[in-house]
Design a protein around this ligand. Structure first.
Ligand SMILES: Cc1cc2nc3c(=O)[nH]c(=O)nc-3n(C[C@H](O)[C@H](O)[C@H](O)COP(=O)(O)O)c2cc1C
Length: 179
């Protein structure tokens, strides 16, 4: 049997990103899969660039990865109580490619932030921004890792059992949905 394809999307480009660490934990909780890590290092959306050169190769690659994935998990920091510009830019580019890459794609959204709410407001905005993409948003307990700098050990493993429990619930539901 071929492995399920799981695409992870981090709304932070930072190498040491807590959202990337959370995605790594999400991958472990999901279990055996072919994991693809999206690269949101895309040009800024610019209608003139699109008119002159069409869809950038990096955007097309991302769209192809979304289409090919059985399931998607997005983890993003909130920035100033909103969606990260990196993620919004990616969603705007994706929307410019015919074929609605996210349509009916089973998707889970989570967040990790330095602040005390774990990026809950920003996470709701991510979910809101996914509405026009018609992703299949899996319901479940909200996972917002707060004061994220204190929540991972030296091996980048989540320390808090309560977060791990919610993460397992979410990723088990995602796996069950696509198995
Ligand atoms: C521009 C900017 C805005 C931020 N706004 C928030 C915020 O609204 N809430 C919050 O909890 N942390 C905020 N932070 C702190 C982030 O939670 C912290 O930088 C976190 O590490 C970002 O996620 P990452 O580790 O995945 O890069 C902000 C950071 C930056 C750079």
């Amino acid at each position: 049997m071929t492995d399920l394809k799981l695409l992870t999307i981090s709304g932070s480009l930072r190498k040491g990103s807590y959202n990337r660490k959370l995605l790594a934990e999400a991958v472990r909780a999901f279990g055996q899969a072919e994991v693809i890590e999206a690269d949101l290092n895309l040009p800024l959306y610019d209608g003139d660039l699109e008119d002159a050169e069409g869809i950038p190769e990096s955007v097309q690659t991302l769209v192809d990865q979304i289409k090919a994935a059985d399931a998607v998990v997005i983890s993003s920091p909130e920035y100033n109580k909103g969606i990260s510009g990196v993620l919004k830019n990616a969603l705007d580019w994706i929307s410019r490619v015919p074929g609605s890459a996210f349509k009916n794609k089973p998707t889970v959204v989570m967040s990790a932030n330095a602040g005390r709410t774990g990026g809950e407001t920003g996470q709701y905005m991510v979910i809101h921004c996914l509405v026009p993409h018609q992703a299949e948003m899996l319901p479940g307990p909200t996972l917002c890792v707060a004061t994220a700098g204190d929540e991972f050990d030296e091996n980048d493993r989540l320390l808090n059992e309560r977060y791990l429990k919610v993460l397992n619930t979410r990723m088990t539901a995602l796996r069950d949905r696509v198995s």
